[in-house]
Design a protein around this ligand. Sequence first.
Ligand code: HXC
Length: 267
Amino acid sequence: MSYTEGMLKEGALKGKNILVTGGGTGLGKSMGLYFLKLGANLVITSRKLEVLQETAQEMEKETGGKVLALACDVREIDQVEKMWTDAVEHFGQIHAVLNNAAGNFISPTERLSTNAFNTVLDIVLKGTSQVTLTAGKYWIKEKQKGTFLNIVTTYAWTGSGYVVPSAAAKAGVLAMTRSLAVEWAKYNIRSNAIAPGPFPTEGAWSRLLPGDLVKKFDPAKKVPVGRVGEHQELANLAAYLMSDFSAYVNGEVITIDGGEWLQGAGE
Ligand code: HXC
């Protein structure tokens, strides 16, 4: 057995229809693909329909599962509501939501325009709250169980320079996760979060750490376990939190970063 292998048994997510925002690329795609392998059906959303459609085809071919690609900018409530209606109409019911869509710039804060700052707040905090409210209201009205899983970062609680709008927004998402875990548990709605550390991706990782910075990132120095994460490790944790095996886990944030944040990586 190795950490690059799938952890849950076959069929662990059978019968679940799961919505993944930002599901066309990167970590959202990797988590979604594993949900499919475990028997779930998937709705993937992002702003780029062509990318989503390509990913959906690729995923269906690899797993034989069903994937619905829906364009949606999570900042626009009309688009969120339409996306939710289309997803429910297509699959009959959505059982769980992975709030994974995010935006971020690494920049001295004083160099960010107000619009740039607000762009990150809007994607991360407003976007997550709009998707959450739309799904949550629907589940409560229809008396359906539901599961939220939100992606945050450890600097949501440590704070960190040069990612201030992202830190502020992720702190908000974490507070929302914990607060709704208390308030909506009575409706059979669970809310949890994952705080991933360094997991290289083709997109955000390379864009946020351009050129030299990617090369300079030395896991041997930055991460106590001495390496970056494998997507499967994150997917294993996400699938567990989406599954009924975690029915008693609610309002929790689980960090998966090899111990990076305890070493002061957020400086
Ligand atoms: C500063 C920038 C900028 C940059 C754009 N802006 N890029 N400011 N540094 N690199 C400014 C623009 O000039 C503009 O302000 C405002 O931000 C909005 O820009 P748009 O291009 O119109 O925004 P939009 O098209 O909505 O694109 C949003 C985006 C995009 C965030 C720029 O890259 C995106 O959606 N990325 C998604 C992927 C992503 O970032 N994932 C990261 C998640 S990882 P003005 O004033 O000119 O109008 C994560 C944790 C990782 O969050 C932690 C690692 C440290």
